[in-house]
Design a protein around this ligand. Structure first.
Ligand code: AGP
Length: 608
């Protein structure tokens, strides 16, 4: 999704801006641009396509200056072409704006500005911001931005420069993250810590409804209502060096292979064998609320929503608490029955997904306790939830989420253990679960050793245009996740279903050209899934099965079998998903797809 970088200080701005843009490339984008203030005023360059193209283009120009702003755009309003790329300028070319988010009332504002005599030339919503700032400008850039934003409905993270203020960047935030990085005699701005982390670890997170003036040696923050705010400087941890591919062809593959380590990091120090429970420091003050909750609602989007579905199975089975799972985009706009006896679990890798953030705020508005399960430290959801648990999976760069899914699921298993022990489980049951959980990272490692076999299966089906994924119980959400992975990165149509639901419609699709991926592990629904496999075989569908090591019986029913180690049923999604991640990856490679930045997708979906 769109990304913002800015710099003001003594160094040459352009290399810093370009480097920041490269760091944001993982978010997904379709065009890029930057603006600096040179001796004659604002110089702006934009390209359709990659940051590398922008870098090449400006090499030949005289792009020199000590401050500037830059942007990667992921099109929402207006197609991805040169004129719609950011920065956007006012009528005189004296003000430049980069913006993430959506100006919802842009049509009305556009008409208003046209009546005032402004000339608007693009299809974007952002362009109105440059002209609104121009129309409010009376010598004070911060005030002009503030007055413009009073007229704006919608979401924004934005950065603005003006020819008349060659030492100042004005930034603002409402629903789209904006962070200021503190240096010595210089400041950075970014929509994501990744853009500026290389240069500083001291940051000021802007809150919604705040605008700030950023100069080389000064930061002034105020609310949009003009109340001064003392900027709170936070220290961020985490090494940028680890955001490299480490010899893997793609970030996605690296992240798939990292899972034995990331799962260990998720578990580190959190299991208590003696008491057969989990210790989740982030939840300590809310344990009594969890124990007394009448209901738990879990809300999320995409892959995080799939982990939420597994959470529903887990919490209902072991903690005996009613759980509902809702798409965040639905939760936020219907009238959910949520009150102070409801705990709302909010799951998000990025912690910035606009729908999830809004759902969390809606839940809090209605009096619910909101607990977060996030990966990105300091993200909006992590900061705004009442409490929460970090999954500690480390930066996830591949747009297709893999290691975050397994770590989210692991955190849900630990919350289940904690709550289960408070409500229903005995110490012995808890200990048995702890023992099984501790084996998971190593078991994931064993599955990864089967990559070559999965590659061969991928080669046989890489040309198929449709796939069906079927599973039951804990592995129904895994079927959804397997199908989503394939769709996202290979652009192959894939559907996930509860296996028994197939006969209510999807069975019509099955013929000798339809590969059907079954998750048929030795568990409480094993026999039932075998029946569903027969239904596919009877129609000559091709059967690929994820099965439990040692299962001989399955051999006569499948065209291909990928074995996984034996585990307790509630942990099986953590293992069964691994071959599906690899299968999607290898099919996408064989189809020549852009694995880490699939078309049309963004890593962090910060617009609704
Ligand atoms: C996963 O592969 C996707 N790219 C996407 O569905 C993602 O899980 C979803 O957008 C939610 O993101 P979040 O976890 O950062 O909130």
């Amino acid at each position: 999704m769109c990304g913002i970088v800015g710099y003001v200080g003594n160094r040459e701005a352009v290399p810093l801006l370009i480097e920041g843009l490269h760091r944001l490339e993982y978010r997904g984008y379709d065009s890029a641009g930057l603006a600096i203030i040179g001796p004659q005023g604002i110089i702006c360059e934009k390209v359709v396509g990659k940051v590398a193209v922008l870098e090449e283009t400006i090499k030949s120009e005289d792009f020199r200056g000590h401050m500037g702003i830059a942007h990667t755009r992921w099109a929402t309003h207006g197609e991805p072409n040169l004129e719609n790329a950011h920065p956007h300028l006012d009528c005189k070319g004296e003000i430049a704006v980069v913006h993430n988010g959506i100006v919802e009332n842009y049509v009305a504002l556009r008409e208003f500005l046209k009546r005032q005599g402004h000339t608007l030339t693009t299809q974007t919503d952002t362009e109105v911001l440059a002209h609104l700032i121009e129309s409010n400008y009376k010598g004070d850039l911060l005030e002009a931005v503030r007055l413009a934003l009073v007229q704006v409905q919608g979401t924004y993270g934005l950065a603005v420069i003006s020819k008349h203020h060659p030492d100042q960047i004005v930034v603002a935030r409402n629903g789209s993250p904006l962070v200021i990085g503190k240096g010595i005699g210089e400041h950075f701005v970014g929509s994501d810590v990744a853009a500026i982390r290389r240069h500083t670890s001291q940051v000021v997170y802007l809150e919604d409804g705040e605008v700030a003036s950023v100069m080389a040696d000064d930061i002034k923050v105020q609310t949009i209502d003009k109340v001064a705010v003392t900027p709170e400087v936070e220290e961020i941890t985490g090494d940028l060096g680890i955001i490299e591919k480490d010899g893997f062809s793609h970030f996605m593959l690296k992240e798939i292979f990292e899972q034995p380590i990331t799962l260990r990091n998720t578990l580190r120090g959190r299991l208590d064998y003696e008491n057969g429970t989990a210790r989740l420091d982030g939840l300590t003050n809310y344990e009594h609320k969890l124990r007394n909750a009448e209901r738990i609602v879990i809300t999320a989007c995409g892959t995080s929503w799939h982990s939420a579905l597994i959470g529903e199975y887990l919490l209902e089975e072991f903690a005996r608490v009613p759980v509902e799972v809702e798409y965040a985009s639905e939760f936020r706009y219907r009238s959910p029955v949520v009150d102070d006896r409801t705990v709302v679990l909010v799951i998000s890798q990025s912690g910035e997904t606009a729908d999830t953030l809004a759902a969390m705020r809606e839940a809090k508005r209605r009096g619910a306790i909101a607990l977060g399960i996030c990966n990105v430290v300091g993200s909006s959801i992590a900061r705004e939830t009442d409490a929460g648990v970090y999954i500690h999976a480390g930066p996830e760069i591949g747009v297709a989420s893999t290691k975050a899914f397994t770590s989210q699921t692991m955190v849900l298993a630990m919350i289940t253990l904690l709550l289960g022990r408070m409500r229903t489980l005995s110490v012995a049951e808890g200990r048995e679960m702890v023992e099984a959980i501790l084996k998971v990272p190593e078991q994931v490692g064993l599955i990864l050793k089967n990559e070559d076999q999965i590659k061969e299966i991928a080669a046989q089906y890489a040309k198929s245009n449709n796939f069906l994924y079927l599973g039951r119980g804990y592995n129904f959400p895994v079927a959804l996740e397997g199908a989503l992975k394939l769709k996202e990165i290979s652009y192959v149509h894939a559907e996930g279903y509860p296996a028994a639901e197939m006969k209510h419609g999807p069975i019509a699709l099955i013929d000798e050209n339809m590969p059907v991926v079954f998750i048929a592990t030795r568990d409480s629904v094993y026999e039932k899934v075998l029946n569903n496999i027969e239904e596919v075989r009877a129609r000559r569908g091709k059967v690929i099965v994820i099965a439990t090591q040692g299962d001989e019986r399955i051999k006569e029913k499948a065209d291909h079998i990928i074995y996984i180690p034996q585990t307790m049923e509630f942990l099986s999604p953590l293992l069964t998903v691994i071959p599906l991640q690899l299968l999607a990856y290898h099919i996408a490679v064989l189809r020549g797809c852009a694995i880490d930045q699939p078309r049309n997708l963004a890593k962090s979906v910060t617009v609704e």
